[in-house]
Design a protein around this ligand. Structure first.
Ligand SMILES: [Zn+2]
Length: 360
């Protein structure tokens, strides 16, 4: 039995008729696929469904757990992809992105999936294929890619860029794309390309690639990307800091602090709160980075960061080693409402301080 009409309607509304695997806006060409096949006991409830385009449906249909050759998606993975799309649609990020990239595509000749018929009928020349190969190839020097691209005509360039933003899946191909973005000849397209990369990295990529993205992304362009898109990206990373899983925070903290200026305003307080907690973490790589970054903040950011220090944090600071340093360091930038707390923290004996503030 297929899903009933109501179930399907709910799924399509939640995904905004965007395919949960390839992110193509599908319109009527969308299907409700079973995550666990009915033959394997999968139900017809919402939770077992995933909205997919015809191509992706066919692809997961061809997959069989009993013959794991070519086995691409597990049910857990399908669900998590679906939920991510639902989430991004719910807070408007994905739809807004599709609309803006569609609009820009029309004026810009950087193509989105299906938006231009030309791209479907265009047959890449051997030369074009070679450049794509090179850009995806791990041994290529990324700065060579824009030079080679320059030799192509505009349609060929668009095809190469489109293919790369669709296919990149490792640090090297990411760096090829960044090299294109920062080269003068592709100035006009850099924002569109970076937003496509950011969307894909947010939804699809593992923590290692997210780290590589953060460490190498041109920050000046990142700052100008759509705010909703950055919110989706940084929310996940700040969530990782908050959960304080050592292996993950050790991986991302250094690179995240390098691009902290591009964190959207609504997340800045959460970010600093997490960073301040990190100074007391057992994560051996992340902890010293957090300490160093907080000590070296400029005036405005120091104020934001210090406003995240509350009395609980200071009461439970048994070592009284780092926080006094941090608070002293930014003495000129204390938020007004923290002045008394900080003064007392620095002056009073630990026990006195605790008695005073535990009562309040
Ligand atoms: Zn699809």
């Amino acid at each position: 039995m297929p899903f009933n009409a109501n179930t399907k309607a709910r799924m399509f509304i939640k995904s905004a008729r965007i395919c949960c695997l390839c992110y193509k806006p599908c319109g009527t060409n969308i299907e409700a696929a079973h995550i666990i096949a009915e033959a394997d006991g999968g139900s017809n409830a919402d939770d077992n469904g995933i909205p997919l385009c015809f191509d992706c449906h066919q692809e997961i249909g061809g997959y069989d757990v009993r013959h794991p050759k070519g086995n691409k998606f597990t049910d857990i993975e399908l669900k998590s992809r679906r939920d991510k799309v639902y989430e991004l649609v719910e807070n408007g990020v994905l739809q807004a992105q599709l609309v803006t990239s569609q609009l820009r595509t029309n004026s810009n000749s950087v193509h989105q999936h299906n938006s231009n018929i030309e791209i479907n009928t265009y047959k890449p020349t051997k030369e074009v294929k070679v450049i794509i190969e090179l850009a995806l190839n791990q041994s290529t020097r990324p700065e060579n890619i824009p030079l080679k691209l320059q030799l192509l005509n505009e349609r060929e360039q668009a095809f190469v860029i489109d293919t790369l933003t669709e296919k990149f899946d490792n640090s090297e191909s990411l760096n090829s794309l960044f090299a294109i973005i920062i080269s003068e000849n592709f100035n006009e397209k850099s924002l569109v390309i970076l937003e496509q990369i950011l969307r894909k990295v947010t939804i699809l990529m593992d923590i290692d690639l997210k780290r590589d993205f953060m460490c190498n992304v041109p920050i000046d362009i990142l700052k100008t990307t759509d705010e909703g898109l950055r919110i989706a990206f940084f929310t996940e990373l700040i969530g990782i800091l908050e959960q304080n899983q050592f292996a993950e925070v050790n991986k991302i903290t250094g690179c995240l602090t390098k691009i902290q200026e591009s964190i959207p305003e609504v997340l800045v307080d959460r970010y600093f709160k997490a960073l301040i907690r990190m100074t007391d973490s057992g994560a051996w790589q992340a902890q010293p980075i957090a300490k160093r970054i907080l000590l070296s903040l400029d005036k405005e950011l120091a104020k934001r960061a210090l406003s995240q220090i509350d009395k609980e944090l200071l009461i439970y600071d048994y070592k009284k080693d780092y926080y006094p340093k941090l608070i002293e360091q930014h003495k000129k930038n204390w938020p007004k409402d923290k002045k008394e707390l900080f003064d007392n923290y620095l002056i009073l004996e630990k026990q006195e301080f605790n008695i005073k503030y535990m009562m309040q």
